[in-house]
Design a protein around this ligand. Structure first.
Ligand code: ADP
Ligand code: MG
Length: 367
């Protein structure tokens, strides 16, 4: 069954300073029961707005939202179910815990609002705290805890209402990298235990990849691509998605008579198979860890720099004025100024970037 459905959802904001901004448009989603679904995209692309509309904190400008088969927001009919009646758990980026309440009261709050009996509140809070490893800390105040522990309080408070759906808006972005990784596993473990549907919002692609069954990539308020993490990584639909989901070289090339040349060169075809569905000017995208580098076979280049990464060596290679990043596990193959040869076994091909789009994206991030 589809647990969360969005149909043609649109949201515009009008402010004096900026006029009307379309935060999101044409959002159509079907998220299955028990699915862990991520929304990924750069700052300003509309992730939080989408989540807030699902939660009921934000009215829609157009469209319909259904939870568990029931309508909760239908703009045309003026139908709107308030957040507290949507059966959702929520955790947001900022540590939204109340500093003047101890841990017990923080977690008990939603149940007190629902006027549940005292015994029930006690046992449910206890079990929620146990599931985030904060049992025994009921009397402690949030200010005495680390960022990671505070975020666990927020998780416990979301779990305590037995939600069918858990909305997580960048819940890990204020934590240090090691802790973030641990919390990812804990969120997955909680999902397994309670079997809720998750929408996880992040601008961090590795976080989204590690957690999700499917991901939506958004750009400038629009859906760009929806798929499993593996399919998105291996078959990005656009240059934007390719760029967002990992490191890449984007090289300006030109196709001529079925051969691919670096821009500005028409004598030395690259050792690649030209795409069948594109002609003329285009972008060649190559992930640094897929390029083969060796001493005698391929396209000639010159090592500009050698950089030691933790598990790999990265070479910056000049090929006729364009710089290519190459990553390889083989250490000490080359030094700066050496001649090397490159092969590109699996390039992907895109249209050249539209400069207008890049400017527009930057503007949304500033707001
Ligand atoms: P994200 O969460 O992906 O960073 P948001 O959903 O917060 O993006 O914002 C999407 C766009 O909508 C941005 O351009 C943002 O400035 C604008 N926006 C969001 N909330 C408001 C608001 N309350 N008033 C005016 N503009 C807003
Ligand atoms: Mg946001």
């Amino acid at each position: 069954m589809d647990q969360i459905v969005l149909k043609n959802v649109k949201k515009t904001f009008t402010t004096k300073a900026l006029g009307t901004v379309t935060a999101v448009e044409n959002i159509n989603l079907n998220i299955k029961e028990g699915e862990c679904f991520s929304i990924l995209g750069p700052s300003g692309c509309g992730k939080t707005t989408t989540l807030r509309m699902i939660a009921g904190f934000e009215d829609l400008s157009e469209g319909e939202i259904y939870l568990g088969g029931k309508p909760v927001s239908i703009k045309e009919k003026g139908l709107y179910v308030p957040p507290e009646n949507r059966g959702l758990g929520m955790v947001f980026q900022a540590f939204a815990v109340w500093p003047h309440m101890n841990i017990f009261d923080n977690v008990a709050f939603p149940l007190k609002v629902q006027k549940r009996p005292k015994d029930e509140i006690e046992s449910r809070v206890k079990s929620a705290l146990k599931s985030v490893s904060l049992d025994g800390m009921e009397k402690v105040f949030p200010g005495d805890l680390s960022g990671g522990q505070q975020q666990r309080i927020a998780l416990a408070r979301a779990i305590v209402v037995n939600p069918k759906v858990m909305l997580l808006d960048e819940p890990l972005s204020n934590l240090d990298p090691k802790l973030r990784e641990n919390m990812r596993f804990e969120i997955k473990a909680l999902q397994k235990k309670y079997n809720f549907t998750i929408i996880f919002v992040t601008h961090d692609q590795s976080e989204a990849m590690a957690l999700s069954d499917r991901m939506l990539v958004m750009d400038m308020g629009k859906m760009v691509q929806i798929d499993t993490p593996t399919n998105l990584y291996n078959h990005p639909a656009t240059k934007f998605v390719h760029d967002f989901l990992g490191q890449s070289n984007f090289t300006n090339v030109v196709e001529k008579d079925g051969k691919i040349y670096l821009e500005g060169d028409d004598k030395h075809p690259l050792p690649v198979k030209a795409p069948t569905d594109r002609k003329g000017e285009m972008l060649m995208a190559t992930r640094p860890n897929t390029i083969e580098i060796n001493h005698n076979d391929g396209f000639e280049g010159k090592i500009i720099k050698r950089i030691f990464l933790t598990d790999l060596i990265e070479y910056l290679v000049d090929i006729k004025g364009q710089v290519i990043r190459v990553q390889t596990p083989h250490r000490n193959m080359f030094a700066a100024n050496d001649t090397c040869y490159l092969k590109f076994p699996s390039p992907m091909w895109y249209e050249r970037e539209d400069e207008k789009a890049a400017a527009e994206r930057a503007k949304r991030m500033l707001i």
